[in-house]
Design a protein around this ligand. Structure first.
Ligand SMILES: *[C@@H]1O[C@H](CO)[C@@H](O)[C@H](O)[C@H]1NC(C)=O
Ligand SMILES: *[C@@H]1O[C@H](CO)[C@@H](O)[C@H](O)[C@H]1NC(C)=O
Ligand SMILES: *[C@@H]1O[C@H](CO)[C@@H](O)[C@H](O)[C@H]1NC(C)=O
Ligand SMILES: *[C@@H]1O[C@H](CO)[C@@H](O)[C@H](O)[C@H]1NC(C)=O
Ligand SMILES: *[C@@H]1O[C@H](CO)[C@@H](O)[C@H](O)[C@H]1NC(C)=O
Ligand SMILES: *[C@@H]1O[C@H](CO)[C@@H](O)[C@H](O)[C@H]1NC(C)=O
Length: 732
């Protein structure tokens, strides 16, 4: 979706929808998470579409989605992100309606400002606007482009083209800098245009009517494409209501139809469809809009970021939108093919910024083990992964962390390869070490699938390196043994309940040593041993969820578990590894019920491009993915029945007898009609060809799961691991 129509003034926000039975869009509250640090985008968008039309508010702090609940309105702009932090991005191709003088200000130089003072602010580098008269008409239309750079991902210059049409006659003036440079009435045929660096550039259109329709198309390719995008998507004879209805219909058919339930509790329905809405805003499908290369492959942009979304969002996108997902995987490979590196984060056609490991590796492995093949070139995908694991990326001298590249790749690789651990000469040394281990496990998995046994062995061994950071002398709250910083001479003293600044140059990024010590997700069996066995493991998890036990880092919540950030996402489910599924349900349910609401302030932290909402969705479904393995934790569903359309005529049906606000512990479960005693199911069990989960829920905490423990594929000798992983790889 490249175009949007706006009716002035602000009527685009009026809502008087005809509510039909299948209009699940009525439950998607698009302002959820838009205040209180959720940073979601509350404007108008299509599923995974490029255009996000919304208002920009100026308050003197970063407006990450453009919107803030207070502040001075500076215009409607066409491109935004949703649920990101860091520093503002986009806020371009602006229109500012003014009722007082019946003007529309088109400001080519408008961008969202940043106030973080880290050299991350966007710049307007130059552009052009030209105004022409519509044929046989007193109406004018405008075309042009703006070139911008920087923002959170420190992008190089990129250009957006625009084309705007009004349905009312007007006069206009263009401006450059502070001066208006044309007369009120311009002669036909003398349309001015300007090329500019850092100046203000735009045009003001003056109308005689208070109400008018403005249609704007954008493109990354050309003004011609921007103009034809309007004609393709929002024709001259369409009303605002038509455009709105078409957008609602797209959400209903492409997204909300994928999950159905007979539930009537409106709060739950709002939580379900609102969360689905926000996990379908990013990444954006910009296929056909990539100016950087000639390619027939799909192109996806606005990845914020795999660090945020690989745990819960991409595995759910795979299930709900298999076509998008395969295209995303192909796009990742194609970005490597043309730019040299796969992205961990990307927007405006540029990679950056990498917060931890190269977590695109985990996304690849997840797609591989779950049988995504289609048009994906897996040999190329694996080459992209190997580059991440072997080649030190060129330092882009990011002031956030000058010790190595933040653009792409693994900049702490030198230590990783030479020493098997990461010394503090690199920022985020400990949190990256545990992520690099999971990344290397992902390489091992795909290598095995491709029959590359030598590489399987190499990366499998490297995936154990996180153990080299286990400092058995670190202790807190009567627990000993945590992931700690070390240099060549040995460990460095570290409080498990503090991550210092928790930022780019610290030992741990955005989470406590306590939390990261649970993050070697491929090698949980070893982690349980290091912690002191199953009982200690459960006690330590319980301490994580004990109210009032919190860290010295004020940014974290009232427990050591932080519902608002990704390194904690898996933690409430880890009880299942030692067959305490009842505690998995107790803790994950508590988090979902206490920190999420379908209200503007209803997210516990930044949405992170929908990562937060996808975490909630899994909780509602009653499953949780272990990304990179074809394995799902069993939770407890919120609905007496829920059906997920898996495409190709397959579906997953979930029923829950006895479901209620206080009756949510699993008493028993049947999987495809068979009585189940394991805490987990595999991709093949319920997703590959569909399946059926029949829960019986109740008040009692029951230790019903007594069967085979969840696999810990990273905890074995190379030979045993080869057998174990081969068993769960899809047959070719
Ligand atoms: C918003 O505009 C008003 C009126 O011009 C001004 O007084 C106020 O300082 C502005 N607010 C901000 C946050 O800039
Ligand atoms: C715009 O201004 C005109 C004239 O003051 C007024 O009649 C009209 O109601 C205003 N429209 C809106 C939506 O404020
Ligand atoms: C800017 O627009 C004018 C027409 O108004 C055109 O002649 C000129 O080539 C444009 N410049 C660029 C760089 O597109
Ligand atoms: C509806 O769902 C909400 C959210 O789960 C819950 O708090 C509320 O108690 C439910 N209402 C009824 C009548 O079950
Ligand atoms: C992505 O966009 C391209 C170009 O519009 C389109 O052909 C393709 O079908 C889109 N992908 C999906 C999954 O809708
Ligand atoms: C640690 O153990 C000591 C001695 O058993 C006990 O007094 C103390 O309360 C424990 N601390 C915590 C946080 O459980």
């Amino acid at each position: 979706m490249w175009t949007q129509k706006i009716l002035l003034p602000l009527a685009v926000y009026a809502a008087a929808f005809v509510v039909g039975q299948e209009d699940r869009a009525q439950y998607a509250l698009t302002d959820t998470g838009s205040t209180n640090g959720g940073n979601t985008f509350p404007g108008v968008a299509r599923p995974l579409g490029m255009v996000k039309l919304g208002p920009d508010l100026y308050t003197g702090t970063d407006s990450y989605s453009g919107y803030q609940p207070t502040g001075n309105f500076t215009g409607f702009t066409m491109l935004h992100e949703s649920g990101k932090g860091g520093a503002a991005k986009y806020g371009v191709v602006s229109q500012m309606p003014s009722n007082q003088t019946k003007n529309v200000l088109v400001d080519v130089s408008h961008v969202l400002a940043s106030y973080r003072g880290q050299g991350l602010e966007q710049h307007f580098l130059g552009g052009n606007i030209s105004v022409e008269r519509e044929e046989d008409s007193a109406r004018f239309f405008y075309t042009g482009f703006g070139t911008y750079d920087n923002g959170w991902n420190r992008a190089g210059p990129w250009t957006v083209y625009f084309c705007g049409r009004f349905n009312q006659p007007s006069t206009y003036k263009t401006f450059l800098g502070a001066d208006f440079v044309t007369d009120d009435l311009v002669e036909f045929g003398e349309e001015p245009s300007y090329e500019s660096k850092t100046a203000r550039l735009g045009a003001v259109f003056s109308f005689t009517e208070y109400s008018l329709v403005s249609r704007v198309g954008v493109s990354l390719m050309s003004t011609d494409q921007a103009c034809s995008n309007i004609e393709d998507e929002i024709t001259d004879d369409m009303t605002l209501e038509d455009a709105r209805d078409a957008t609602r219909a797209a959400w209903n058919t492409e997204v909300f139809s994928k999950v159905s339930t007979s539930e009537t509790n409106v709060t739950k329905l709002k939580q379900l469809y609102t969360a689905m809405y926000f996990m379908h805003l990013l990444p954006t499908n910009k296929t056909g809009e990539n100016t950087l290369r000639e390619s027939d492959e799909p192109y996806y942009d606005d990845i914020f970021t795999f660090w945020d979304i690989y745990r819960s969002l991409t595995p759910l996108l795979h299930i709900l939108q298999p076509e998008y997902y395969e295209e995303l995987i192909r796009s990742m490979v194609d970005v490597w093919r043309h730019d040299g590196w796969v992205s961990d984060a990307r927007s405006s056609l540029h990679n950056g910024a990498v917060q931890g490991g190269t977590n695109g590796d985990i996304v690849f492995a997840d797609a591989y083990v779950k049988g995504v093949r289609g048009k994906v070139n897996w040999e190329d995908a694996f080459s992209a992964m190997v580059k991440n694991a072997e080649v030190v990326p060129e330092n882009n001298n990011d002031p956030r962390d000058p010790t190595g590249s933040t653009k792409e790749g693994r900049s702490a690789l030198r230590d990783w390869l030479d020493l098997g651990f990461i010394t503090p000469r690199f920022g985020r040394s400990v949190s990256r070490a545990v992520e690099y281990s999971v990344n290397d496990f992902s390489l091992a998995t795909v290598a095995l699938g491709l029959g590359r046994l030598g590489q399987f062995q190499t990366y499998y061994k490297r995936s154990h390196n996180w153990r080299n950071h286990w400092n058995k002398d670190m202790s807190a709250l009567n627990f000993t043994g945590f992931l700690g910083p070390r240099d060549r001479d040995g460990f460095i003293a570290q409080d498990p309940l503090s991550c210092g600044g928790c930022y780019w140059q610290d030992f741990y990024y955005q989470a406590l040593p306590w939390e990261y010590s649970f993050n070697a997700h491929h090698d949980i069996e070893t982690m349980v041993e290091l912690i002191g066995g199953a009982e200690q493991f459960v006690d330590r998890l319980e301490m994580t969820f004990t109210p009032g036990v919190s860290s010295g880092n004020a940014q974290f919540g009232h427990t050591l578990f932080n519902p608002g950030n990704e390194p904690s996402f898996q933690t409430p489910y880890l009880y299942s590894y030692v067959n305490r599924q009842d505690l998995t349900v107790q803790r994950s349910r508590f988090v979902a019920k206490s920190y999420f609401r379908p209200t503007p302030n209803g997210l516990p932290g930044n949405s992170d491009a929908g990562a937060m909402e996808s975490w909630l969705l899994w909780n509602m479904i009653g499953l949780y993915p272990m990304t990179g393995q074809p394995i799902f934790f069993i939770g407890s569903p919120w609905f007496s029945d829920l059906t997920i359309d898996l495409g190709a005529g397959e579906k997953l049906e979930i029923t829950a007898e006895g479901v209620g606000e206080t009756t949510f512990y699993v008493q028993s479960l049947k999987v495809n009609g068979e009585q189940w005693d394991k805490t987990w199911v595999s991709w093949d069990d319920i997703f590959a060809q569909g399946g059926k989960l029949e829960f019986v829920l109740g008040k009692e905490q029951t230790e019903w799961a007594t069967g085979d423990r969840q696999p810990s594929p990273g905890s074995h000798s190379v030979g045993e691991a080869k057998k174990l992983i081969s068993r769960y790889l899809p047959e070719e």
